[in-house]
Design a protein around this ligand. Structure first.
Ligand SMILES: [Fe+2]
Ligand SMILES: [Fe+2]
Length: 263
């Protein structure tokens, strides 16, 4: 299976480049399955049901999120729409699995694509992040329940050390561990020694003439004065950042990871 994972889609600029470029990438790279992080799809802050469905309609099969998942409150009602249907669009929008269990939504999705079963897992780190359960031990528990050989993990975290440690912790037990959240792509894509594809951060899909997606003047001003500021999405230098992971369907081991950046 050839899987494309698109990094944090930021606001309208991010959604637009996905609409313009995704179908071409799927054909060129013979992609079987597209996964994307959509936590910043709504003007940089959160995601709504209609925006999730807009992204699903472009060919994305599963959306992951992270700390911004609740920024648009209506997403709670949308996630609750998934009750009973294991493959509805709302069920394919994930929030980190290691959030408190009473919260709406799910952190794992298991589906089928081109004859192969796969699982997508969304977990969040704890270093310089809001509180959540230990993602390491939480991953152990999830892997006991997951039936699919192909397991793709979006680890939404800030610290490179936590992300790399998490990659090594799951090496040989999952197909891929890809980092999201920092919005800056890292050049360390690799296949770890026991067969897990790894990258510390896939990078944002959105405007790079910015500070991680936000108009740069507003963020510089905030660093200078510390006053509350309304952050607005930037618009220039839009890029689509993704990784292509190829794996063996029978074993779930990764055979290749390639970093992609399209302008
Ligand atoms: Fe993000
Ligand atoms: Fe984030």
């Amino acid at each position: 299976m050839r899987i494309l994972f698109i990094g944090d889609i930021f606001g309208r600029p991010g959604r637009t480049i996905v609409r313009e470029r995704l179908s071409g990438m799927v054909k060129t790279h013979r992609i079987d399955l597209v996964i994307a992080n959509g936590e910043n799809a709504a003007a940089g802050f959160g995601i709504t049901g209609p925006l999730a469905e807009e992204l699903f309609d472009l060919g994305i099969e599963v959306l992951t999120t992270g700390n911004h998942v609740w920024d648009k409150r209506e997403i709670i009602d949308y996630l609750q729409m998934a009750d009973g249907n294991p493959h509805s669009p709302a069920r394919r929008l994930l929030r980190p699995a290691n959030f408190p269990q009473n919260l709406p939504g799910w952190g794992v999705y298991e589906g089928q694509k081109n004859g192969a079963g796969y699982a997508v897992v969304n977990l969040q780190g704890r270093v310089f992040m809001g509180s959540s359960d230990d993602p390491f031990r939480y991953a152990d528990r999830l892997l006991e329940q997951i039936k699919s050989k192909i397991v793709f993990v979006d680890f939404h975290a800030e610290a490179t050390s936590e992300k790399i440690a998490f990659g090594w912790y799951l090496d040989g037990r999952v197909t891929a561990v890809v980092g999201t959240h920092t919005h800056i792509p890292t050049a360390d894509e690799t296949i770890l020694s026991k067969g897990t594809a790894y990258i510390t951060d896939v990078g944002m899909t959105g405007p790079y003439d910015s500070v991680i997606g936000v108009k740069k003047e507003l963020v510089v001003e905030k660093f200078l004065n510390g006053m509350p500021a309304r952050f607005e999405p930037a618009s220039g230098d839009v890029r689509l950042c993704a990784v292509l992971v190829q794996c063996d369907d029978a074993t779930g081991k990764a055979t290749r990871i390639e970093r992609l950046m399209i302008k």
